[in-house]
Design a protein around this ligand. Structure first.
Ligand code: IPE
Ligand code: IPE
Ligand code: MG
Length: 240
């Protein structure tokens, strides 16, 4: 699929949904109001990705480090997530959206965890677009969990140490079966990855943008895709 200007779209786009707090602060609102606005942006952008034919959209919603924030903010985010997922369950049938969750769900409240698993199960048969929602996600944590699970398989005699390849290791990650993102976008003006998809983004193109996430519009996504097309991806090879 392509944009209206004929530009082909990457099959997998990943986004660090950052800048909600600053957006709220600029308006004299509580940080939670920024997260609410950010949730609406997510809905808008996920829908846009579906219409332009993106196959996988991976979004960073809450990191393993975000627990450092005040109880009030974390509680507010968790409440919004619950509300959002309940609505998403109703919407996804209509739009054919498949949801997957990346991250360690065991630290979430039993209620939210159940909702995540239910959403994942009920949407597994939809193929219009796959949204990978990163919740209590940390790239290093994901790698450590994958190593543990591989080691357990070795102990159980299911795998030998020598059989481990990059491909097999990938199959132990939360992103098992999902192709690596071609494009990673970070709005908010920060130019770091903050523990997002370190394994999967080894050869991704990064686009850092100055807009805050609640202000992020489909036009910003078009702009990021245009920047992606101007890059020369060599994957370590030499230019002819
Ligand atoms: C991203 O927005 C949302 C989460 C990390 C949960 P922030 O809350 O980090 O917004 P800023 O960076 O403070 O503006
Ligand atoms: C990254 O943003 C995490 C999410 C957007 C969910 P942060 O706001 O937590 O990252 P830092 O603290 O600026 O690196
Ligand atoms: Mg931030």
């Amino acid at each position: 699929m392509a944009l209206s200007n004929g530009m082909p779209v990457p099959q997998h786009i990943a986004i660090i949904m950052d800048g909600n707090g600053r957006w709220a602060k600029n308006r004299g609102l509580p940080r939670t109001a920024g997260h609410k606005a950010g949730g609406e942006t997510f809905r808008r952008i996920a829908n846009y990705c579906r219409t332009i034919g993106v196959k996988y959209l991976t979004v960073y919603a809450f990191s393993t480090e975000n627990w450092k924030r005040s109880e009030e903010e974390v509680g507010g985010i968790m409440l919004l997530l619950e509300r959002y997922l309940k609505e998403a369950l109703q919407d996804m049938e209509k739009n054919g959206v498949c949801f997957r969750f990346f991250g360690d769900l065991s630290r979430l409240s039993p209620k939210l965890r159940k909702l995540c698993l239910e959403t994942q199960e009920r949407s597994a048969g939809y193929h219009e677009v796959q949204v990978n929602f990163c919740l209590n996600y940390g790239g290093r944590d994901e790698i450590v969990r994958a190593v543990r699970s591989f080691a357990q398989d070795v102990v159980d005699g299911k795998r030998s140490i020598d059989s481990l390849t990059e491909e097999m290791f990938s199959s132990y990650l939360d992103s098992a079966g999902v192709p690596d993102p071609e494009l990673v976008i970070r709005p908010s003006g920060e130019t770091r990855t903050s523990n997002f998809l370190p394994w999967q983004s080894a050869y991704s193109e990064f686009v850092f943008m100055d807009v805050l996430w609640p202000d992020f519009m489909p036009e910003h996504l078009d702009e990021a895709i245009a920047m992606y097309h101007r890059r020369d991806r060599r994957f370590g090879g030499a230019k002819g």
